[in-house]
Design a protein around this ligand. Sequence first.
Ligand SMILES: Nc1ncnc2c1ncn2[C@@H]1O[C@H](COP(=O)(O)OP(=O)(O)O)[C@@H](O)[C@H]1O
Ligand SMILES: [Mg+2]
Length: 160
Amino acid sequence: MPMETATPQLVARDLFQSFRMGARRIEVLRGISIEIARNEAVFLSGASGAGKTTLLYTLAGLERPESGTVEFEGRRLYDGSSAAEARLRNEKMGFVFQGYFLLPELTALENVLLPGMIGRRAATDAAEASLAAVGLGDRMHHLPAELSGGDDERSGHHFR
Ligand SMILES: Nc1ncnc2c1ncn2[C@@H]1O[C@H](COP(=O)(O)OP(=O)(O)O)[C@@H](O)[C@H]1O
Ligand SMILES: [Mg+2]
């Protein structure tokens, strides 16, 4: 029996994005297509300004492309109601931003729990396990500003 080919979890087709800088127009994404399987890890590299962040925002439903499509688990992004898209992002998308955007008055654990609290499915055990997996098991109750260099918000800005 032939093995069934798994449908990719994420399919992007022919993405275009450009930004206007005064009179200049910078074409950042020029026909990017990509398919990513469930559980596949993808490493994206490129010079500063090459468009990595723009592509990731577009794939995660955070920034509508000028043209092209993004389908996540068979659902087309940028196509439905904003409430449905917000729910999809809340339930399915995780994003570690370059500048972190951690809420400074919440602990590391509370920051990790926040999306689940908004989605009414907060899972403390899973959040603790995630923090432990990245070596922050003993710092879960620290505020972001109390985390050591390399993992707080300020250090993120040195690596743009
Ligand atoms: N919101 C925006 N407005 C104007 N220009 C932008 C915007 N976002 C990104 N750019 C420009 O698009 C290009 C790609 O940026 P970016 O995706 O952040 O690159 P990378 O993450 O690879 O460093 C850069 O020239 C950047 O200045
Ligand atoms: Mg970037």
